[in-house]
Structures are given as C-alpha cells and as structure tokens.
Write a protein that binds this ligand. Sequence first.
Ligand code: PXL
Length: 282
Amino acid sequence: MKRIATVQDISCVGRCSLTVALPIISAMGVETAVLPTAVLSTHTAFNDFTFRDLTRDIPDILAHWRREGFLFDAIYSGYLGSLQQILLVQELFDSLTAEGAVRFTDPAMADDGELYKGFAADFPKHMASLCAHADVIVPNLTELCLLSGMPYREDYGQDDLRAMLVKLAERGTKYVCLTGASDAPDNLGALCYDREKDSFYSCYNERLPVRYHGTGDIFASTTVGGLMNGLSVQEALKLAVDYTLECLRDTMADPLKRWYGVNFEARIGWLTEELAKRRPAL
Ligand code: PXL
C-alpha cells in the first residue's frame, strides 16, 4: 500500500484541509499520515476562530520520523501558516521521500483576488519558492497570479494563462495545474502545463451556477489519491474535476446544506467505484 504524508492545518469545523484530505485519500486506499500545522476552531472564513500554531512541534516530529526511517510515496502540502512551515515542508521534500515520490503542493493562500486572512504580503514569494521544488502544484487563478507576480484579473485569455503556467514551470515544477479553469461559459475544470512534454492539457466538466468553500481541498486530495493509484496527472485531474462536480451536485440538492463546505462525504462511494474503473490493472 502506498503511504503519503499530508501537511496542513486541522480546522475543527469547516470541511477543509486535513478533515477533507484524510478521509478522501484514505478512502482511495492510500495510507495517509498527517502532519498538522495548526489547530483552528474553524477555517478562517468564520469570525472569531481560535488558532494554535504547531510549528514548534514539527522539528521533533520530523526527527522522530527520521529515526524510524519512514519514507513517503508523496508529500502533499496544503494550507501553511508561516515561512517557517514552508521551510519544514521543503525539509520533508528533501529527506522523507521514497524513490520516485511525488512532491505535491497546493499553494492554498488566496481566492477571489485576496490573500486569506492572516497572511503577510510577502507570503506568496516564499510559497513560490516551495512550488519551484514541487513536482505538481494546483493553484487557483488568484494563487497563480500571486505566484507569477501578475496582477489579479478574471478576464485573462488562454494565451496569458498558458504563459503564466509556463513561467512557473520554468522555475522547476513539472506539472503546473490551474484549478477553476474554463474555456467556455458552461464548463469548469483544470488546465495543466507538463514541462517535460512541453504540452498543455485541460480537463473540463459541467459548470454549476454555485460556489462553495472547500472545493480546492477536495480537488487537490483527489488528485493526490489518483496519482497514488497509478493514474497519470491528466487522469488524476479528470477524476478530481468529476468528483468535485459530484460533490457540488449533492450539496445543491441538500435542503440542509451548510455554507462553509460541500457534501463530499455523500459521494465517497461514487469516488471509490469510479477509481476502481479508471485505475490501471496491477
Ligand atoms: O481551504 C483552504 C483552507 C485551509 N485551511 C484554512 C483555511 C482555508 C481557506 O480559507 O482558512 C485554515
């Protein structure tokens, strides 16, 4: 069985980061070790949340893991709270990865043209240096603009977006995948640049007239789970696009839906069945 380590916060309520990554990746048949970076009472879109920074615990955890000789088939980093945590993920990339491991970074720091609450203005610069060492990154449009030093605009054309993806790949990332991409009013999905093949591919499905919090973490976690099951980056992105849409459909139909996250739990059965159909035979 493949084993990954995911590094992100625990938002106790809010369906994001570890409370999404752990169930999804585990359901996909992958051992999921967790390295919590902070404990928050909720994610940061709520008011008055508590925040306990765990940065000081991480060096001892990593030292113990090294003594035990643990190596991971992927390191998946999500929401990180400080420059120091970025450097610790870099350490995981360098010293706790098995042969052929995937270094996966979701530069979760911004949306809708704004950094999330609590991030300093120079945080994207540091996140950009972590991304340069990752094999796969999955920024949304705001994060892509911040990482590539471009102003945020919602109306970038395909050529401009592709130039930004190439610019990031030139710094070292093998696969730069824009999430929430679209090439027609009725579709939504991902646009990816593959540096080694010097080619682009896109995976789209239906665009629904809704937006919910937390879909980025569902998308990234499913992509990691897909890669660990032997899917190519393109296939893993397609599975992530399709599963995210399933979750959105379920949420839209739920009279008890909550504003802060989507019903990914209700469609985990769909995900595992679909994975079994799409996974390469062993
Ligand atoms: O979904 C990304 C995310 C993760 N963790 C925390 C967040 C957010 C987005 O707002 O606030 C704490």
